[in-house]
Design a protein. Structure first.
Length: 185
């Protein structure tokens, strides 16, 4: 897969995620969004709140990196380059992949149970989601393998920009699918 293909695929999946959110969650009441299947599980609202927390860190890194790259006057012809995972990226992608049925705990900073979930969480998620897709679309000519960003969980762990984009998109997909499994009637 080339860098350009990775960006195009990520935008496509992100648009699919947005469509699911608009079709299945925008119209739900606050009570429906906050309904938990059991005391040990998150509500749909908590899934969205968790994504807002984690994605804010990625969005900040994306914007900073895009700003730094904007200052470079050289033409980067990276879109046709082959993309390759970093060690950390490959490992994290395994855990956030929606097909991985293994549950994993999040850190306290990203756990929605430790914060108040506001009634407009879905609309906030969609607004942030649009910002992220806009940032990703500006990465088409960047070298996704060479450029690195820190992990939102541990700044000592860095992975390449391509991995960060894939992690963010698959993490979103995983938690939107989790929210879809919650009965809201």
């Amino acid at each position: 897969m080339t860098s350009k293909e990775l960006i195009e695929q990520s935008i496509k999946v992100s648009n699919e995620i947005r469509n699911v959110v608009e079709q299945k969650f925008v119209h739900l009441s606050e009570d429906q969004l906050n309904r938990k299947p059991d005391s040990n599980s998150w509500s749909a609202a908590e899934c969205f709140q968790h994504l807002l927390f984690t994605n804010a860190s990625y969005l900040k890194s994306f914007k900073e990196l895009l700003e730094q790259q904007k200052d470079l006057n050289e033409e980067i012809k990276a879109s046709a380059r082959k993309y390759k995972h970093s060690f950390w990226g490959k490992l994290i992608l395994y855990f956030v992949n929606p097909n991985n049925k293994m549950k994993s705990k999040t850190t306290k900073a990203f756990n929605p149970a430790y914060s108040k979930v506001e009634h407009d969480v879905v609309h906030k998620y969609l607004a942030q989601h649009d910002e992220i897709v806009s940032a990703i679309s500006k990465m088409r000519n960047l070298d996704l393998k060479k450029l690195k960003i820190p992990s939102p969980i541990n700044s000592k762990i860095k992975y390449n920009l391509g991995d960060a984009v894939r992690i963010l998109v698959l993490h979103d997909k995983r938690h939107i699918q989790q929210a879809e499994r919650i009965p809201n009637k």
